[in-house]
Design a protein around this ligand. Structure first.
Ligand SMILES: [Zn+2]
Length: 335
C-alpha cells in the first residue's frame, strides 16, 4: 500500500489491502450517538500491485497498527497503586503529553491493573472525522433580587425558586485521529425556558452598639503563647492564645460579622466590625457565625482549631483600630 506515493506496508492480497483501509478509517471510535457526516484520510492511500518477498508481508491487523501508530511495537505498562500519569511518564523518561498521545481519551483517574501504552504514535496516515451530535443541555436560570425591609441586611430568602430550562444543541465535531480539533454549534432549539429565581435581600440595619471594651475572646482558660509585635523577622499583628481544640471562641465585643470563611494563612477565620474598630479570630476548627450576622459580646462565633498556617490548636486574635493593628493585651488590661 502506498501512502502519498510511498510504499509503507505490504499485504498478501488486494482484499487484505482493502480491509486495512476500512479498518484504518474506523480505527478511532466515534462520539456516542453521533451521526457521521464525513470520514477520510488526509494522505492519499491506495493499493498498488507488486511482487514482494514473503517475509515482508504483514497481517491485516499489524498493517493497521503500523499505519496508525508508525510501528507494530507494543510496549505496555500496568498501573500500580499510587501511580499517576506524571509518575508513569517520569519513570519511562516521557512527558505526560506523550502518555496522553499514546492513550487517547486517558484521564487522571487510573485503575490498578489498567494497561497503558508507552508507544507514542507517529502515524503514517491521519484520520479525519466530521460528526453531528445532538445533546440535551440545561439553560441556567436568572436570579432577580428584591429588597425587603422586614429582613436584616445579612438575611437572604428565596421567594420563588428558579428552575433551569432545557435546550437541544447540535454540535458539528471535527476530529483528527480521535482527538477533537473543532467543535461548533450548528443548531439550537429551546425546549423549556428557564424560570427566574426571586431572592429577597434585607435592608433593615441591625441595631448594634459596641461597648468599646474588649472581652477575652475565649469562653474559658487560654494561655498567651505569642505576643503582639516583631517576631522572627516579621511582625505578629495579634496575640496567640493556646487552648484545647474545640474550645468556644467568642465575640470580643458587639458587632457585625463582616467576614466568615477561609482566609489564607489564617485558616478558618472570622472578622467582626465594631464600627470604627474590628477584631479578627484565626485558625478556627469550625465557624459558627455567618457573614452579615449581628453578634453580642461573649457570643460563640467558632471553635479553637489549627487551620491555616498554625502548628497547634490556638486562637490568633487581632484588634484593628481604623484599619491598623493594635496590641490586644493593652485593651484587656484596661478592663
Ligand atoms: Zn498569631
Amino acid at each position: 500500500m502506498e501512502v502519498d506515493g510511498q510504499a509503507v506496508v505490504t499485504l498478501a492480497t488486494k482484499e487484505d489491502a482493502e480491509a486495512v483501509l476500512e479498518k484504518v478509517l474506523n480505527y478511532y471510535p466515534l462520539e456516542a450517538g453521533s451521526e457521521l457526516e464525513d470520514l477520510y484520510l488526509i494522505e492519499t492511500v491506495k493499493p498498488v500491485a507488486r511482487t514482494a518477498k514473503r517475509d515482508s508481508l504483514l497481517s491485516v491487523d499489524d498493517a493497521v497498527t503500523y499505519l496508525v501508530c508508525g510501528t507494530t511495537e507494543n510496549r505496555e505498562y500496568e498501573v500500580r497503586s499510587g501511580d499517576s500519569l506524571w509518575s508513569i511518564a517520569r519513570a519511562h523518561d516521557m512527558y505526560v503529553d506523550d502518555i496522553r498521545a499514546a492513550n487517547p481519551g486517558i484521564t487522571e483517574n487510573l485503575q490498578i491493573g489498567q494497561k497503558i501504552s508507552l508507544v507514542v504514535p507517529v502515524p503514517y496516515v491521519n484520520v479525519v472525522s466530521k460528526e453531528n451530535k445532538t445533546v440535551e443541555e440545561d439553560i441556567p436560570f436568572r436570579t432577580d433580587i428584591v429588597r425587603d425591609s422586614s429582613l436584616y441586611t445579612y438575611e437572604r430568602r428565596v421567594r420563588v425558586a428558579g428552575k433551569p430550562g432545557t435546550k437541544r444543541v447540535t454540535y458539528n465535531i471535527i476530529k483528527e485521529n480521535g482527538k477533537i480539533v473543532e467543535q461548533t454549534i450548528v443548531a439550537e432549539q429551546i425546549e423549556q425556558e428557564p424560570s427566574t429565581q426571586i431572592v429577597a435581600v434585607g435592608t433593615k440595619q441591625p441595631q448594634i452598639v459596641a461597648t468599646g471594651r474588649y472581652a477575652w475572646p475565649i469562653s474559658r482558660g487560654g494561655q498567651i503563647t505569642s505576643r503582639f509585635g516583631p517576631r522572627s523577622g516579621g511582625y505578629h499583628a495579634g496575640v496567640d492564645i493556646a487552648a484545647p481544640q474545640g474550645t468556644p471562641v467568642v465575640a470580643s465585643d458587639n458587632g457585625i460579622v463582616t467576614f466568615s470563611g477561609w482566609y489564607g494563612g489564617y485558616g478558618k477565620c472570622v472578622i467582626i466590625s465594631h464600627g470604627s474598630s474590628s477584631t479578627l479570630y484565626g485558625h478556627l476548627s469550625q465557624i459558627t457565625a455567618k457573614e452579615g450576622q449581628a453578634v453580642q459580646q461573649g457570643q460563640t462565633i467558632g471553635l479553637v482549631g489549627s487551620t491555616g498556617r498554625s502548628t497547634g490548636p490556638h486562637l490568633h486574635f487581632e484588634v484593628r483600630e481604623g484599619g491598623s493593628p493594635k496590641n490586644p493585651l493593652l485593651y484587656f488590661e484596661q478592663r
